[in-house]
Every structure is written in C-alpha cells, then in structure tokens.
Design a binder for this molecule. Structure first.
Ligand SMILES: NC(=O)c1ccc[n+]([C@@H]2O[C@H](COP(=O)([O-])OP(=O)(O)OC[C@H]3O[C@@H](n4cnc5c(N)ncnc54)[C@H](OP(=O)(O)O)[C@@H]3O)[C@@H](O)[C@H]2O)c1
Length: 242
C-alpha cells in the first residue's frame, strides 16, 4: 500500500507559511490531510484550495488537544505549529515569554504526540511523525535563548519518541530549518545588520523557501524514508556544517 494511503496525516501550524506549504505538497502526493491551527479563516481557505479537512485546536491546552484527537484515526503527524517568542539575551529574557515558547513549541508538540501516537498504536499500521524544529536547536544563535531552548527540547522529544515508538513501526524525525521569510522571522532576520553577516557565513548565502522545508518533511513521511528514525535533519544551506 502506498505510504500516503495508510491513513490521514495531521499537520499543525497549517494556517502558517511552512505548514500550509506542507499541506499542499502532501495533498499533491496523495495524502489525506487534517490541517490544524487557530485561525479558522486561514484554515478554511486552505481547505477550499486543497481539499484538506480542518481541525482547529490550541497547542497550549491539553484539554483542547485531547478532545480534538480522541478517537481520530491518524497515520502521521507533522508538528509544525510554533511561536517565535522574543529576541533577547539571557540577561534580558522575559521569563513569561520563555514559558509560552516552551508551552507551544515543546509541550504542545509532546501533547500532540501523546494523543496521536495512541491512535497510531491502536490502528497497528505503523506511522511517521515529523517535528519542525530549527537550526536554533543545533548551534547557539544570539538572541535565541528561549526559542533555541524550546527547539532543543523538541529535538529530545524526537529522539525519545523515536526510541519508544519504534517497536510499533512508528518513525519520528525532525527537520531543522534555517530562516524562511514568514511573518514569524521577517521582523528580525530581514534587517540588514542581522541578515548580511548571517548569510555571509552560510554556504548557500540565501534564505530557505517554505517549499524547501515542506519537501524534506514529505520525504521523511514517505516510504522512501522507511529506515530513517530519530534524526534531526538540517535544512540550512550548510549553516550548521561550517
Ligand atoms: N520561519 C522560519 O524562519 C522558521 C525557521 C525554522 C523553524 N521554523 C518553525 O517552523 C514552524 C512553522 O513556522 P512558520 O514560519 O510557518 O510560522 P507562521 O507562519 O508564524 O506559523 C505559525 C503557526 O503556528 C500556529 N500556532 C502558534 N501558536 C499556536 C497555538 N497556541 N495553538 C495552535 N497553533 C498555534 C499558528 O496558527 P494560528 O496563527 O492559526 O494560531 C501558525 O499556523 C514553527 O514551528 C517554527 O518554529 C520556522
């Protein structure tokens, strides 16, 4: 059976840039997709365009996630919902923002994994989970004390979930993108004094596009990645390699 015929794939963050691109590419690849976010106008527009179904819930609420996922028959998950937080040093950090970044990016992804993996195990068809992490988890990035910490926590959620879910034939991986010019990132990274030194050190010297993140996500969900689990895949133009 073709990978994407085994069951629906839930994509969180589907009302945002990378999530919507992932939904479009998954639908094109033949997947049945359930799109999550909070902005129902954006989700309904994506549903009208692609034929996906929508499932709004709040990643900060365990009740909201449990009610949404209870009894849902899933084969795959893309944990793409995320919050950028602030740009701050450890000396200046706002700990309420730290709590929120951790709550959405790490706790939210873990809660989705918790309830989604139950149905995947119940169905017995294996499955795949891709967590959308960041280059900020792999190296120390100035100003990214909260965000980088949340994505480092997410990378560990990936590794331990790969270990625990492997016996059920469920693979768990992350992608770790560099900057994509979505609203989450543009206000900081598009400033010349931030952009130019960063791009000068990156071998490919440019930002990623939403589609360049979505394509490796689709690959990691696909049969072609059937022996890949527990990896953190940089999609960063070589930035973390040099
Ligand atoms: N853009 C980048 O440069 C970049 C680089 C590396 C990694 N990433 C990661 O890629 C993922 C997608 O980012 P993006 O650039 O596409 O950002 P985006 O366009 O700002 O989208 C963020 C998404 O997260 C959802 N979200 C945020 N808080 C939520 C909550 N409490 N409950 C439910 N959904 C919530 C938003 O939904 P609503 O608006 O509907 O609430 C939206 O769909 C994030 O995990 C981000 O950390 C981004």
């Amino acid at each position: 059976m073709a990978t994407f015929a085994k069951g629906p794939i839930l994509v969180t963050g589907a009302s945002g840039g990378i999530g919507a691109a992932t939904v479009r590419q998954l639908v094109t690849a033949g997947a049945t997709v359930i799109a999550n976010g909070r902005n129902t106008d954006a989700l309904e527009a994506l549903a009208a365009e692609t034929g996906c179904t929508i499932l709004p819930f709040d990643l900060e609420s365990e009740d909201s996630i449990r009610e949404a996922l209870d009894g849902l028959d899933l084969w795959g998950v893309v944990n793409c919902g995320g919050f950028g937080g602030e740009i701050a040093t450890p000396m200046e950090t706002d700990i309420d923002i730290f709590d929120k970044v951790i709550s959405v990016n790490a706790r939210g992804a873990l809660l989705v994994t918790k309830y989604a993996s139950r149905s995947m195990i119940r169905l017995g068809n294996g499955g795949a989970i891709v967590n959308v992490s960041s280059q900020a988890s792999l190296v120390g990035l100035r100003g990214h004390i909260s965000y980088g910490s949340s994505k480092a926590a997410l990378d560990n959620i990936t590794r331990v979930s790969a270990l625990e879910l492997g016996e059920y034939g469920i693979r768990v991986n992350s992608v770790n993108p560099t900057v994509v010019m979505t609203p989450m990132s543009a206000w900081h990274w598009d400033r010349p004094e931030v952009r130019d030194p960063f791009l000068n050190t990156m071998p490919l010297h440019r930002w990623a596009t939403e589609d360049e993140i979505a394509a490796p996500i689709v690959f990691l969900l696909s049969e072609g990645a059937s022996m890949i689990s527990g990896v953190a895949l940089p999609i960063d133009g070589g930035f973390t390699a040099v």
